[in-house]
Design a protein around this ligand. Structure first.
Ligand code: URA
Length: 430
């Protein structure tokens, strides 16, 4: 086989065989096919697309380019979740203990945040003592013992994705649905769970900008997962404003604790109950979805999910001794509205970037984050606000630069007619 023939075939709109795709991925990881040919191939995929069969073959070649985690020593069905990335997205911190408290096994490998989106590992590490460096054996033992473990990646999972993503990032081929689907699904499949819930976000702060694209991506990922014998459910959810109120690592942990205590923001609780009920039901911890939903809601309100959260944090070395004084930013500044009206938009991207500039996120991979800082919204879309009333609180450890205020000013669109609150879950695809 010659790489140039495969590039030309894709360029001309033809379908590649699984063998041809394997030849490309294997050759790239081994270093026998150069970046410039892979770049041309990726761009051809960007323009021409891939059939579902090609996308599944690409996922398979990527999946087996490295280690695959064997979760079979964990008894019962293992559940996992993935979010395509959002602002204020602390769902793993809630969903994990929630489903674990209902008997489902959550064995999750998580990542760090980059740019305007946060990562679960950073949120966990904002808790004193909490670590995410579990060996594979410790990870498995912890799930067997308390139903939940979250770790950073130790094994060499999907090296093909690391190489391809770095190249896509600098050649304009990130926003290709088959490439995104195979990238996400190869990593999820390598992590070994039986049931995978995907939170596909759409809106200003997300990868997918339209419901049509989110639907196509979701359907493709669900079909890829099914072709590997997995149960995959995709939730298309709104990211036209941050999820919940808090953005910033420790601030989000506090909001997760509030939600696990039964008084979290409505959108966040709704999302966790909905996704959680599908996880509980598919892990066979309830006979019907309705029963699973009741369990999920009840466990957020009866202390069971909260108790599981503390058990999980303790197992990973963490401790929260004084919740009253858990938030320790040096300064809290009120960001006030200059207008009276109804909130139409809260651009998640702007809020995420403002939090990043405060030190709560990474501009580049090697930046060190400040776990204490961030933004807490005082209003959500649909709320009424008076001029002079607080829209958000800024938690800062250093003087707040003008561009942070500019970013916040731009984030809020306030109009003089009532706005209905948008639903958090737009569609469920399975
Ligand atoms: N997230 C991923 O893991 N891969 C992509 O290609 C896009 C989003």
């Amino acid at each position: 086989m010659r790489m140039v023939d495969i590039i030309e075939k894709k360029r001309d709109g033809l379908t590649l065989s699984a063998e041809e795709i394997e030849f490309v991925i294997h050759g790239y990881v081994k270093g026998t096919i150069p970046d410039y040919q892979i770049s041309a191939w990726l761009m051809a995929i960007y323009f021409v697309g891939m059939t579902d069969e090609e996308s599944a073959a690409l996922t398979k070649s990527m999946l087996y380019s490295g280690d695959v985690i064997d979760l079979s020593p964990i008894k019962g069905l293992k559940v996992d979740k993935h979010s395509t990335g959002g602002v204020g997205d602390k769902t793993t911190l809630i969903l994990g203990p929630l489903v674990a408290s209902a008997g489902a096994k959550l064995a999750k490998l998580s990542g760090r945040g980059l740019g305007h989106t946060g990562g679960t590992l950073d949120k966990l590490e904002s808790i004193d003592g909490c670590h995410i460096n579990l060996s594979e054996q410790a990870f498995i033992d912890q799930v067997n013992k308390i139903n939940i473990a979250v770790a950073g990646q130790t094994a060499e999972l999907v090296p093909a994705d690391k190489l391809l993503y770095a190249l896509r990032d600098v050649t304009g081929s990130v926003p290709s649905i088959p490439l995104i689907a195979s990238s996400i699904m190869s990593k999820k499949l390598a992590a070994g769970a039986d049931v995978i819930c995907l939170d596909v976000k759409i809106g200003d702060g997300a990868f997918m900008k339209t419901i049509d694209d989110a639907r196509i991506l979701s359907r493709l990922m669900v079909n890829i997962g099914k072709s590997f014998g997995k149960i995959v459910i995709a939730f298309v959810t709104d990211m036209n404003q941050p999820l919940g109120l808090a953005v910033g690592n420790r601030l989000e942990v506090k909001e997760a604790i509030d939600t696990l205590s039964g008084h979290g923001p409505h959108d966040l609780e709704t999302l966790c109950v909905e996704i959680g009920s599908h996880m509980i039901y598919n892990a066979k911890q309830a006979k019907t979805l309705e029963e699973a939903k009741t369990i999920a809601y009840d466990n957020l309100h009866n202390g069971k999910a909260l108790a599981k959260f503390y058990e999980f944090i303790t197992a990973q070395g963490g401790h929260i001794d004084d919740l009253e004084h858990f938030i320790k930013a040096k300064e809290i500044v009120e960001f006030k509205s200059k207008k009276t009206g109804y909130i139409k938009v809260i651009k998640a991207l702007n809020i995420g970037l403002a939090s990043m500039k405060l030190g709560g996120g990474r501009e580049t991979k090697d930046d060190i984050i400040d776990p204490m800082v961030g933004i807490v919204l005082a209003k959500k879309i649909g709320n009424h606000v008076n001029s002079g009333e607080t829209l958000a609180r800024i938690y800062a450890d250093k003087p707040i630069s003008a561009d942070i205020f500019d970013s916040l000013t731009e984030a809020f669109d306030i109009v003089d007619y009532p706005i209905t609150t948008p639903p958090i879950i737009l569609e469920i695809i399975r």
